[in-house]
Design a protein around this ligand. Structure first.
Ligand code: SAM
Ligand code: SF4
Ligand code: SF4
Length: 370
């Protein structure tokens, strides 16, 4: 049972004001944080709202009608998101993931995608534009997303059994509609689709083999995500985490699998392939096998706060900078200075005895973007 907490957003959209160095330098991609990590990926949360109430992310008891969702003027506009993305691209960001909340609930999202598709990396290449969705309105949106220039899509689906899936989404949403959304994405020409399954021990782990069987040989990569202690509202405890190693062992018993090389340094998922050559699967083991040492991701919340870690409890208020008279160069320098000071490595210290992590209020995933 999740304990009801007073629903106040952590920083009420007012993170630390980023500092702009006195001496400005030209934007460049060489900035490293205090642990030597460059800035290469940006996740942008385009809405803090969602039509699902996944128990591990937006539990009903807390995200009810009294929850203080952001109002429209608090959200970054498409123009502000595109400006910020252009600045981040000038600093070496090559990959953009739109997320939320449920990103497809943001009105006219395809207009934003069209704007982002025009932005170039420091190497003069289009950015790798991708989006994570619960798939609920994908049938309606797939063609527009493709036409706007979205490259890749990840769909979340936590099981194939309706009762179990409904227990996870907590709004009675049927599996067939998500599967139909996936089919729609394939029909309009999306390839390399990924499906994310959060595994909560004792709730949906009995769906692991059915999911593997369903997506094996389909060309879609299924990825198993360890249930994480993001936010402060999902009642997380370690006993509900099924370590990826155990998930892999269960699959291996039925369908033999073997590990393969990462596509690039910093790839979040560990890649495995079916020995019979019928495709690959992935594991995102944020709890049991941390990957902070190569984490090159920054996150922009729905209201323009820059977060340096999924588990940060405070952001940097770039919305105020964007709405001031500051130039792109000044904002770029503020991002570089902020990144240079980044120390975050939460997953590595989660299990540490030297730090008391209990009672730290972390920001909600629906606000910061998963
Ligand atoms: N609404 C979209 C969706 O569900 O795909 C995008 C936002 S959601 C926050 C992004 C991803 O985070 C989803 O794949 C979701 O399953 C995952 N997620 C949310 N809460 C999580 C948790 N506590 N542990 C692990 N993954 C989580
Ligand atoms: Fe909504 Fe996605 Fe969170 Fe589920 S995981 S509640 S679909 S934002
Ligand atoms: Fe990156 Fe923070 Fe996750 Fe570590 S805990 S991988 S630093 S987001």
């Amino acid at each position: 049972m999740v304990e009801k907490v007073i629903p106040i957003r952590l920083d009420e959209g007012k993170g630390q004001m980023p500092s702009i160095p006195g001496q400005l330098v030209a934007a460049h991609a060489l900035t490293k944080d205090t642990r030597g990590r460059p800035l290469r990926d940006l996740r942008i949360s385009v809405t803090d709202r969602c039509n699902f109430r996944c128990t591990y992310c937006m539990p009903k008891e807390i995200f009810d009608k009294n929850y203080p969702y952001l109002s429209h003027h608090e959200l970054l506009s498409f123009e502000e998101i595109a400006r910020l993305t252009t600045i981040f691209a000038s600093l070496g960001v090559e990959k953009i993931r739109l997320t939320g909340g449920e990103p497809l609930l943001r009105k006219n999202l395809e207009v934003l995608i069209e704007m982002l598709a025009k932005i170039r990396s420091t190497a003069g290449q289009p950015l790798d534009l991708t989006l994570t969705t619960n798939g609920s309105v994908l049938r309606k949106k797939a063609a527009a997303l493709k036409a706007a220039g979205l490259h890749r899509l990840t769909i979340s689906l936590d099981g194939l059994n309706d009762d179990i899936f409904k227990k996870m989404n907590d709004v009675d949403f049927p599996v067939t509609d998500v599967l139909d959304g996936i089919a729609a994405a394939q029909e309009v020409g999306f390839t390399n689709l990924k499906v994310n399954m959060v595994v909560k021990k004792g709730t949906n782990d009995q769906e692991i083999i059915a999911m593997a069987k369903h997506f094996k040989g389909s060309g879609i990569t299924l990825r198993f995500i360890e249930f994480m202690d993001v936010g402060s509202s999902n009642g997380w405890d370690m006993s509900q985490v099924l370590p990826s190693k155990e998930v892999a062992a269960r699959i291996n018993e039925v369908f033999p699998i073997e590990p393969i090389e990462a596509n690039y340094p910093g790839e979040v998922a560990q890649r495995w392939r079916y020995v019979d050559d019928s495709g690959e699967i992935g594991f995102i083991s944020s709890v049991t096998q941390t990957f902070c040492h190569e984490c090159t991701r920054a996150r922009i919340s729905t209201d323009g706060q820059l977060y340096l870690c999924l588990f940060a409890n405070e952001g940097f208020d770039f919305k105020t900078l964007l709405r001031s008279d500051k130039s792109d160069l000044e904002i770029a320098n503020a991002v570089m200075a902020t990144w240079a000071g980044r120390e975050d490595h939460y997953s590595e210290i989660r299990g540490s005895n030297t730090i008391d992590l209990k009672g730290i209020r972390k920001v909600e995933m629906s606000y910061i973007g998963g």
